[in-house]
Structure formats: structure tokens, C-alpha cells
Design a protein. Sequence first.
Length: 431
Amino acid sequence: MQLPERVRRAIKEQEGSSEIVIGWTQLCVVVTWSALYTLSPKTFSSTAEFEPIPWVLSLYFVFTVVRLIAAYKGYLPRWLLSLSVVSDVSLLMITIWSFHLQYMQPAPFYLKAPTLLYVFIFIALRSLRFEPGYVILAGVVSAVGWLGMLAYAIGDGEMEITRDYIHYLTSNSVLIGAEADKIISILMVTGILAVSLARARALLVRAVRESFAAGDLSRFFDKGVADRITQADGKIGAGHGEIRNASILNVDIRGFTAYAERVSPAEVVGMLARYQALVVPIVQSNGGTIDKFLGDGIMATFGATERSDAHAAAAMRTMEAILDATDAWLEPDSETGRPATRVCAAVSSGDIVFGAVGSGARLEYTVIGSAVNKAAKLEKHTKVEDVRGLVDQSSYEQAVSQGFRPRSRFENRTQRTVMGIEGDVDVLVRP
């Protein structure tokens, strides 16, 4: 499957980290072996002419250090990784082969060495990379290596083949079945690890893809909404919603249309980007959620994605902060000819439905309810009232009861009808 470049880079970074872990594990292995060899009593004669273990351990230590440095520098081409696998197994096989020289015995003597068990350490070590190919390489090299050791032992003139298991254990004879069992065990362990790694790698790729998807989702949706989508226990469908008592904040740039008609599209987009970069952090710092961008308008919710006992107060504080922050930013600019613009906002609170709407093919997480409609109509009515901030009386009183204390002047006005809202609407306005 063709993976996006960023997914491949992320997986490559994971593989690089794995190689560092492998390098340190190898270093721990060689240090442990060296310590055990140094401290343990020697089982061979002090007059032995050949003692290969110190040489092998020294070479393996140097190779491991070089490989670890290469892992930190990020220079680990496939040929070097493959060479590392072959070197691990080869050094182990050479060490085992040398036992018959060290102990001055016929070649079949080394076939009974328990040191062969270390081959499973080298095979398992490759599973840290999440690439089954290197596990298979380690297993195949180990099986072929032991087969070569068996062939060498059979070719020894002092070799004896037997079918007697007791005689096999108590002499330097060769039991073909026992050696075949060792090779079969190596290949079986290799196969099981390779299959497990193939499945694990598929999960790794999926996890990386979903991680990027979740990250992208949080850029297009508010984090609270993105978390609800990605952490849902089941599939989200239309009609999946909850009733909440929440507050809605609508923000809009008054005079933006006239401005957009006089400048280039790039300047329009740039201004919107600066405006949103100013407003969005204020909303989020007060616990609000960006529901959607409506051109030069922004709709935010408080207490919708997460229940809150102070949503109205948070919405009012946010409106004040936005209007204060944009006071000087949108003044007319005589040098560029930018017309006068100003940011206006409105708040309304009440019961809303927060959930998914749409069809099975296209869903949107949003809020629905009279408070949503009222906030939009109040924001439009700021032009009629010639004010920058507008909130209905009940929402204002709810905000005050939740601890809101206005920093700027609000006036009480009564309107019979506000942009089609039926019934009396008592409004508080901020000049």
C-alpha cells in the first residue's frame, strides 16, 4: 500500500528509535557476557592453546559501539543492518565452533554447547524494529549456520553417528534427529516472530495514519469536538446528540464586504487570518469551542462540548475581551485605503442540542436551538442598535449569577422585535 510521505517519515523515525534501542540492547548483552566470562570459573584447562572468547567479545563490542553511533547519526542503510544481523549470528557460530579447539575435543563436541540458545536472543532482538524481514534474515542465517556446523562435524574423521540418545549425550557422537530439532526450532520461532511482526507493523502503520488523521481533525474541528469523534465508543451517526444548557457567541466584522471589494483576494485572506489568529485564542483561553468559521464571522460555544456551570459568564468575558482586543486593530488605514471596519459580537444562552447532523455520507458536529438562532440575530441587530456588543437580558443575568462582572458599560434597552425574534426581547448593549 502506498503510504503518504509524512506517514513514511513518521515510521522511519520510529525505526530509527528502534535501532537505537537495539544498539543499546546489544551493548548490554556484550557487557553482560564479558562480565560473566570474567567472573565465572573456567571449565577448560589452563594449558589450552586457544581461548577465542575474549577476542570474539572484543570484536563484537567494537562493532556494537560503531553500530550504535551510526544509529544516533541516522546512518543505517539496509546493507549495514543486514551486515549487523549476519555479524551477530556469525560471531556466535564462530564462538561455538571454537569450543572443540579450546577444549581439545573432536568437532562434534561443540554441537552440545548450550551457547546455541543465544541465537534466539539475536533473532528476538530484530523484532524491536517492526520489520519481519530482519527477523527472517536472522533466523535463516542461524539455521544455515547451524546446518554448516553440523556438516563440518559430520566431516570430522573422529565423528560417530548414533541413534542412541544416551550415547549421544555421553559421547562425542552425532544424533541427526537432535540437530534437526534445533534447526526446526530456530525456523519455527523465526516464523512465529515474523508473522507477529507483520501484524504489529500493520497496526503501527494504522496507528500512525490515525494519529495524523486525529491531528488534522483537531485543526479542522475544535479539540473538544475532535476528541469526541476520535474517542467515540461506536460509530457516530446523524441524530447522535445531547441537550445542554450553553451559551453561543457570534462574532463578525462589520464593513468587511466593502473592504473585500477594494483589495486583492490575497489581502482579504491575510486579514481574515490575522483576525482569526487574534480572536480564536481568546475564545479558547476562556473555555470556548469554535463551532465554525462563517467567512468573516465566527461562531463559538460555551458549555456545549463540555458541560459548564459558568458558560454564560465565560461567553460574556470572551465577548468583552474580543471587542477590547480589536478596538485599535480594525481602525481605518489611510495609507492602504482600507475602509472603516469594526468587530461586533452577540451572546445568547439557553438549552441547545449538541450533536451530529447531516446524512450518512456527510456529517457535521454542531449546535442547534433557539439560543443559536437568537445569537445570530442579535449579532446582526448590532447594526440597527449601532453598538458593538449585544446580549439578551436573561443571558446577561445568568452570566452575572455565574460571577460575571462587566469591565465596560452596558445599557438596558427593550425591543419588541429583534430581527424576527418573536415576543419581547430585553437586550443589553455595549457601545
